[in-house]
Ligand binder design. Sequence first.
Ligand code: TXA
Ligand code: MG
Length: 319
Amino acid sequence: MSGKNATAVLLADAQGIARAAAILERGGLVAVPTETVYGLAARADSPEAVAKIYAAKGRPDFNPLIVHVRDAEQALRYAELSGAAQALASNEWPGPLTLVLPRKPDAALAPAVTAGLPTVALRAPAHPVMRTLLQAVDFPLAAPSANRSGFISPTTAPHVLQSLDGRVDLVLDGGPCKSGLESTILAVRHDGTWEELRPGPLDLGALHQQYSADTGLRLLASGSSAIEAPGQLESHYAPGKPLRLNATLAGDDEFVIGFGEVGGDCTLSASGDLNDAATRLYDCLHQAAASDRPRIAVAPVPEEGIGRAINDRLRRAAA
Ligand code: TXA
Ligand code: MG
């Protein structure tokens, strides 16, 4: 399947996963499907391997990485989990939830993974390929989204190749990602507060309703604390051309991404389904970026449920 690509692409079957495990073992880089987006994985315990992630993405070194683990038990080797964090991890993992937690001082992680912060971001992903891979190796995997820093996130293997061909050792092709948007990131602190650092597939309102009574966690307004998700400050997900939001009418030079009644050159969801829209968002942005029209216009998307996360990404893509 490698065709004319400089980077090898393998189907994510048992053989492909075994090859990926061997490359990771040696400190190489492998793009792996997760339920959210494709991740660019390297062993999190190796400074050399982690340095390759930053180099391949062109990622600024102050922007820390998410460490992917099998489960809450493995997470305990790297972070302190309060009772509330334990509850979230055991109920919501595997799934699209990243917890930012106090890092254990003796955690066997390359220092660059956490970019010098006293916290570490941990997630146990649900995708069967990533899960099998995490079982096959005896280290956790640092994995940001598998795109050049600042560009559109990848939800298919061809998206990965568009920005990282020749810069990674292997792409495991597991088909399109189901959820389509990066994980919800929550900081869970020992002072009994929690804060959403990045909206995502798991809805904060629903999580709060489910957990606040039992855990006593107090929700801080997003961005109210000094500790931010550093990567959230930049313009991001950028298609490389001007992008206009809340468009109901289009100009001749615009590639239109529709939603519901607003049609377009591509639609997030003709029936107005927000989950479908999340799944399709990055593919539509990739199509818009590749089109010969110099501008992009996107139909209004309601700010409810996962619509919050979609609009968050669109605002950053427009910035
Ligand atoms: O769904 C996802 O989360 C995907 C898949 C591959 O798992 N990964 C992903 O990684 O989106 P990335 O690197 O594109 O985004 C990670 C975000 C960044 O905004 C980073 O700043 C934040 O997590 N982050 C990582 N460690 C942190 C920490 N200790 N404190 C605050 N934010 C942190
Ligand atoms: Mg990213």
